[in-house]
Design a protein around this ligand. Structure first.
Ligand code: ATP
Length: 312
């Protein structure tokens, strides 16, 4: 199957180094989330992979070949870069038909991708009347047209409504299950954690992380347990006596730091405390990501201030 391979990739725009000796592979059969703050170099990397820009150094290949050297690029690689790129005066169907016919594909495939993207009913409307979300769906339909082995999507959730977000998430997962190579850039941490199996994180053009999602979360978070009991104050006394770091929330539940549920559950059983709820708290991708970016000292100025931390 087809991987995207980036090796020592570097791109300078004048004095700005947008991509800095980047090396990674995007493998088939999983969704790879491509993250990094604004200006980290995600779009530049995607453009270099697609031959839309020339690297200052290094290589970017798809299945071992430069994009420009691929025989039938639309059937090999599906791309969503800029949903505004379509001609506004064309209908969605005609836009896709023009793409299809210039690439030796039939009308039937156009109808299939219109259906797949939820645009079958509006295929006859002009694109200029489309909302951002509809344009986004059209861009994704175009990316799928050639039934490609590799799919690269830049911010695909942009402008989509909640139903559209669920749709794109399920679509990406399905494409990966079918064995395709799926690379998706995003700013939205919660969103990315709902579909990505693997993460590549850039900071100032450099590779910060190339790890399976779960491994990244585990590497960046300390264990923590949340529990509810019928005897919260007795539990509090026991936790303090045994030297655990614990805090009680307004709802009476205790949160205990640096410990797994197995240990606290066994301890509560030994003390004869009835446990009503006991759960290992999962770090969110957002917490792990902010922890990573705060860690990288040279990177701190690019970190998002606390007030805007909900979705970055
Ligand atoms: N055509 C260009 N000319 C000059 N500088 C550029 C050009 N394209 C990108 N840059 C610069 O390169 C750096 C990386 O930008 P890039 O758009 O690749 O980042 P990004 O991670 O995709 O950011 P965003 O999340 O905002 O899209 C930035 O400093 C940007 O200003």
């Amino acid at each position: 199957m087809t991987s995207i391979d980036v090796h020592e990739l570097t791109k300078d725009y004048g004095a700005t180094r947008a991509v800095d000796h980047l090396t990674f592979s995007v493998r088939p059969g999983r969704v790879t989330g491509f993250l990094g703050p604004n200006g980290a170099g995600k779009s530049t990397t995607m453009r270099l992979v697609l031959g839309l820009d020339r690297p200052t150094g290094g290589t970017a290949t798809i299945g071992g070949q430069a994009y420009a050297a691929l025989d039938d690029p639309l059937r090999r690689v599906g791309v969503l870069l800029d949903p505004q790129a379509a001609h506004g005066s064309r209908t969605a169907r005609n836009h896709l038909l023009a793409l299809a016919t210039s690439n030796g594909m039939g009308r039937g495939r156009v109808e299939e991708v219109l259906e797949e993207a939820g645009l079958a009913k509006v295929g006859g409307r002009r694109i200029k009347a489309f909302s951002l979300g509809m344009r986004q769906r059209l861009g994704i339909a175009a990316a799928l047209l050639g039934d490609p082995e590799v799919v690269m999507l830049d911010e695909p959730s942009n402008g989509l409504d909640p139903e559209g977000i669920v749709w794109i998430r399920e679509l990406m997962k399905r494409l990966a299950r079918e064995g395709r190579t799926v690379l998706v850039s995003s700013h939205l941490m919660n969103e990315t954690s709902s579909f990505a199996d693997h993460l590549i994180v850039l900071g100032r053009g450099r590779l910060l992380i190339d790890l399976p999602m779960q491994e990244f979360l585990d590497s960046r978070s300390r264990p923590r347990v949340r529990m509810r009991t019928s005897e919260p104050s007795r539990l509090g006394e026991v936790l303090t006596r045994k030297g655990y770091r614990a805090a009680q929330g307004e709802d009476g539940r205790w949160t205990v730091e640096d410990v797994k549920a197995e240990e606290i559950g066994a301890m509560a059983a030994r003390e004869g405390i009835a446990v009503l709820e006991l759960i290992d708290e999962q770090a969110t991708l957002e917490q792990a990501y902010l922890d990573l970016t705060a860690d990288a000292a040279e990177f701190a100025s690019a970190a998002v201030p606390p007030t805007t931390r909900q979705e970055i």
